[in-house]
Design a protein around this ligand. Structure first.
Ligand code: CA
Length: 356
């Protein structure tokens, strides 16, 4: 009998220890978004991430998604994650070039890498290493958070025939592209996505760029600004997951792996979702929205954009050693990768078009 009691005691102790360690592993996080939670595909990665992580941990790791409609601070995600108010954020790294110019590298730069090139740089080049270095200074970890692929050059009320036509235009265009446009005489304004249509409609803006046909058409920009230009400035815009490092370090090791794996999966998924979305929108655009005039900027305008981009990049490289280091690294990687991009994708598309 005594022996039986002893066994029962041990059993109870094990049960208690197991249940309390399980209880300790129940974790609640919050993720702040730079977009309204309904603004898919941009909001898809964090929403899908929360679902995946919950399932993969049997409901033990809960991430509550809070869109910009709730936080009222679309562009405050950096500070909210840095300060620990939110354990995670989903945002565009280049929104924060005012805080740190090197955040630009993790979204896209004008005339920069394609998505395939950029992915290779992130995961099999030095991209992620630089990301860790730049965000580490702010007590954060950063990870790729979904890519839009090539973005369209934006919606304009009037046709752009020369560089002169850009002068005095009020345009929403973030990141380095905004600096390029400013150099060409554009008055650049950064307005959160949710407020863009109203700004265009009221004349606060003459032009804006957003993403691509899928997302853009839903926003209704074509009703006010029918000239729709092909892209040059955001060849592969990557969203970014930000994580408060202290919060991350407190996670059990297996949850860290689950989180990282889920982030990679939902990021890959966003590109697929957005590509399908844009392909569908483009296919019906001519018929359903005949007033949209698709244009490519004239060559002298493109050349002026390229020249301004090079000058701006050089001016930052001159005063910021880390900027120069990342720029040199990206240029060297792109030089190699671009040759393969031409030999593979470019020639395949060209060949398949020729036999159509
Ligand atoms: Ca954009």
């Amino acid at each position: 009998m005594k022996h039986l009691f002893k066994v029962m005691w041990i059993f109870a102790a094990i049960m208690l220890a197991t249940s309390s360690s399980y209880a300790a592993k129940r974790i609640h996080w919050r993720i702040a978004l730079s977009w309204p939670s309904t603004l898919t595909p941009l909001s898809s990665p964090p929403i899908k991430l929360a679902k995946l992580v919950k399932k993969m941990t049997n409901g033990k790791f809960i991430i509550k998604v809070e869109g910009a409609e709730k936080t009222k601070s679309a562009l405050g995600v950096f500070d909210m994650v840095k300060g620990g108010a939110f354990q995670m954020g989903h945002t565009g790294s280049y929104y924060y070039i005012g805080k740190d110019i090197n955040t630009v590298w993790f979204t896209t730069i004008p005339w920069g890498m394609t998505k395939a090139e950029q992915d290779a740089w992130y995961y099999y080049g030095n991209g992620m290493k630089f990301m860790e270095q730049v965000y580490g200074k702010y007590g954060m970890l950063a990870f790729p958070g979904g890519n839009t692929g090539v973005q369209m050059g934006g919606w304009f009320r009037k046709e752009i025939n020369s560089v002169n036509d850009l002068k005095g235009l009020k345009m929403r265009i973030p990141g380095f592209a905004g600096k390029v446009m400013a150099k060409l005489g554009v008055s650049v304004v950064n307005i959160p996505g949710g407020e863009l249509y109203t700004a265009l409609d009221r004349g606060t803006l003459d032009a804006l760029e957003w993403v691509g046909p899928g997302m853009d058409i839903r926003m209704g920009f074509y009703k006010v600004a029918p000239y729709y230009y092909t892209g040059w400035h955001e060849p592969a815009s990557e969203m970014t997951f930000l994580i408060n490092k202290k919060a991350y370090n407190k996670l059990p090791k297996n949850y860290q792996v689950i989180l990282k794996t889920a982030m990679k999966a939902v990021s890959a998924d966003m590109f697929m979702e957005n590509f399908a979305d844009s392909a569908n929108a483009w296919a019906k655009m001519k018929k359903e929205y005949p007033n949209i005039k698709v244009k490519t900027f004239p060559k002298p305008v493109l050349k002026a954009m390229k020249k301004a981009t090079d000058e701006i990049m050089q001016s930052y490289a001159d005063k910021n050693p880390l900027f120069k280091k990342i720029w040199d690294d990206q240029k060297a990687f792109t030089k190699k990768a671009r040759k393969w991009s031409y030999m593979s994708r470019y020639y395949y598309l060209k060949a398949s078009k020729e036999v159509q």
